[in-house]
Design a protein around this ligand. Structure first.
Ligand code: PLP
Length: 457
C-alpha cells in the first residue's frame, strides 16, 4: 500500500498551461486522477489516504457504487427542472428524509448548492420572519455571531463569520449589522473555572451584547454547533448552547445553528445539536449531506418559523436556479440511506473514540501539540510554539499549511486549520475521515499523522 513519497511541490509542471484560477495563482495543487474508498491517486503516482474527507465532506468514501447508480438512475428520470416551476420526487424524498431525521422539529427544507448558500438563506429567512410576524418587527436587522467563527465566503456569510484573514481583503463588509461575542473555546478562553461558571460567563456576554445593541434590534444569533474550520473541532461545553438559546428566547431573537461542517453525522449523531439538548430555529447543513458526490447544501426550517411565513405572505422570497437540483438530491438521498443502512453513525462514535484515544496516546506529549480535541470523526490538534504559555506560532510561518504538505509527503491528507492570525488563534490540523473507516485505517492515519508532524516539528 505504501509508496515511496514524492516531493510535493504543488507545481506538477502545469503552471503555464493552466487556466484554472487556483487559490494560489502561481502554484496549482497536486492533480488527482482517480479515487476509490479512502484513497486518492495523483498524476505523479502518489497514493494518499484521504483523512480529511476533502474538507470534512466525504462521509462514505470515494466511488461508492450505490451512489453512482442512484445518480445514473436519476439522469434517466430527470436531470433538471427549475424549482419555481416544478418539484421532483428526488427533492421531495430528500426533504422528507431530512425533516423525519429531526423528529419533525424542522418542518421544511430549502435545498441549495453549498454551505455558504445555506447560510445566506438562513440570514434572509431570519430577516423575513420578523417582517412577517402578525405585528412586524422590521427594526430587527442585526445579527450576533461569534469571534473566530466561519460561516462561508460569500459576502453575507463572511460578514457574520469573523475569520480575520478571510475578511481582511474585503473590509468593510457589506453588512455592518453584525457584532461578535466570544466563542466557546475552553483551551484558550476559560479561566480555569468549572463548566457551569464558564457557560454562565459566556451567556452573560451574549446578554450584555443584546443590551448594548438594543434587544429588539437583534434578528438572530448564529453559531457553529461544533466549531470547525477556524477554531478546530471544539465541542461545546455542556450546557453552552442551551444557555445561548435561552438568551435568544428571552429577547425574541432566532437561534441559528450552522452545521455545515459538524452536521450530517460527523460528530456521531446525524445532527450535532441532538447531543446538546437544543433545537435550532434555523439549521444549515451541507458537506456530509452530499458527501462530495454532488454540490448540495440545505436550510432546515423550524415549524415556528414556517408557521409565521405561512400566515404571512406564504412565500420565501429567495430562490436560485439550481435550487433543489434533482441530481444533487438523488445523490444526497442515497448517501443518507447508505449511512443508515451501513449503520455508520454507530461506527462514527466507536471509531471516533478510538481515533481520539490513539491521537492522545501518541501525540499528547509532543512539545508543540497544545491540545487534542474533537468528537466523532472530527478531531483537531492545536499546534503551539510554547506548550506552557500556549503561545501560537506566527501567521507568517504558515505552520498548518506546511503540516498539510508534510502529510501529503507521508501519504496522508489532513485539513490545515487556517485560523492563524498573529496573536488571535493557534494553528491546528484536522482529521475528518469517512464514516466507514476501520480500526486499521485509524492506525494508519495516526501513524502517518505522527510521522508528518515529527518531520517538521
Ligand atoms: N459554515 C461552516 C460552519 C463551514 O465550515 C463552511 C465551510 O467550511 C461553510 C459554512 C461554507 O460552506 P461552503 O464552503 O460549502 O460554502
Amino acid at each position: 500500500m505504501d509508496k515511496t513519497p514524492i516531493a510535493i511541490n504543488g507545481t506538477n509542471g502545469h503552471v503555464e498551461q493552466s487556466s484554472v484560477l487556483y487559490r494560489q495563482l502561481r502554484q496549482p495543487p497536486p492533480k488527482v486522477v482517480r479515487s476509490k474508498g479512502h484513497y486518492l491517486y495523483t498524476d505523479d503516482g502518489l497514493e494518499i489516504f484521504d483523512a480529511s474527507g476533502g474538507a470534512a465532506v466525504c462521509a462514505i468514501g470515494h466511488g461508492h457504487d450505490r451512489v453512482k447508480k442512484a445518480i445514473a438512475a436519476q439522469l434517466d428520470e430527470i436531470e433538471y427542472v427549475y424549482s419555481l416551476f416544478f418539484t421532483t420526487s428526488a427533492a421531495e424524498r430528500l426533504s422528507t428524509l431530512l425533516t423525519e431525521s429531526t423528529g419533525g422539529q424542522m418542518s421544511r427544507v430549502f435545498i441549495v448548492s453549498s454551505g455558504t448558500e445555506a447560510v445566506e438563506a438562513a440570514l434572509k429567512m431570519a430577516r423575513q420572519y420578523f417582517t412577517e410576524l402578525p405585528q412586524p418587527q422590521k427594526q430587527r436587522t442585526r445579527f450576533i455571531a461569534r469571534k473566530q467563527s466561519y460561516h462561508g465566503n460569500t459576502l453575507g456569510s463572511l460578514a457574520v463569520g469573523s475569520h480575520p484573514a478571510r475578511r481582511a481583503l474585503y473590509e468593510p463588509m457589506l453588512s455592518a449589522n453584525v457584532s461578535h461575542v466570544s466563542p466557546c473555546y475552553p483551551y484558550r478562553e476559560s479561566n480555569g473555572e468549572d463548566d457551569e461558571t464558564y457557560v454562565a460567563r459566556l451567556a452573560q456576554e451574549l446578554e450584555d451584547e443584546f443590551q448594548r445593541v438594543g434587544p429588539d434590534t437583534v434578528c438572530a444569533f448564529i453559531a457553529e454547533t461544533m466549531s470547525g474550520a477556524t477554531l478546530g473541532c471544539v465541542p461545546p461545553v455542556p450546557g453552552y448552547l442551551k444557555a445561548m438559546k435561552a438568551v435568544c428566547e428571552r429577547h425574541g431573537a432566532l437561534f441559528i445553528l450552522d452545521e455545515v461542517m459538524a452536521g450530517m453525522g460527523r460528530t456521531g449523531t446525524l445532527h450535532a445539536w441532538e447531543q446538546e439538548g437544543v433545537v435550532p430555529d434555523l439549521q444549515t447543513i451541507a458537506k456530509g449531506l452530499g458527501a462530495g458526490y454532488t454540490s448540495i447544501g440545505a436550510l432546515l426550517v423550524n415549524q415556528r418559523v414556517v408557521a409565521v411565513l405561512n400566515q404571512g405572505t406564504g412565500a420565501f422570497m429567495h430562490s436560485q436556479t439550481y435550487q433543489g437540483n434533482p441530481l444533487a438530491c438523488a445523490a444526497a438521498y442515497e448517501v443518507q440511506r447508505t449511512i443508515q443502512d451501513e449503520n455508520l453513525l454507530a461506527n462514527v462514535r466507536e471509531m471516533g473514540k478510538y481515533l481520539g484515544e490513539l491521537l492522545k496516546k501518541r501525540l499528547s506529549d509532543h512539545p508543540h501539540i497544545g491540545d487534542i480535541r474533537g468528537r466523532g470523526l472530527f478531531w483537531a490538534m492545536e499546534l503551539v510554539k510554547n506548550k506552557e504559555t500556549k503561545e501560537p506560532f506566527g501567521a507568517k510561518e504558515q505552520l498548518a499549511w506546511n503540516m498539510h504538505l508534510a502529510g501529503l509527503e507521508h501519504g496522508i491528507c489532513m485539513i490545515p486549520g487556517n485560523g492563524t492570525v498573529d496573536g488571535v488563534v493557534g494553528d491546528h490540523i484536522i482529521v475528518a475521515p469517512a464514516y466507514n473507516i476501520t480500526a486499521q485505517d485509524i492506525d494508519l492515519i495516526v501513524e502517518r499523522t505522527e510521522k508528518a508532524l515529527r518531520s517538521r516539528l
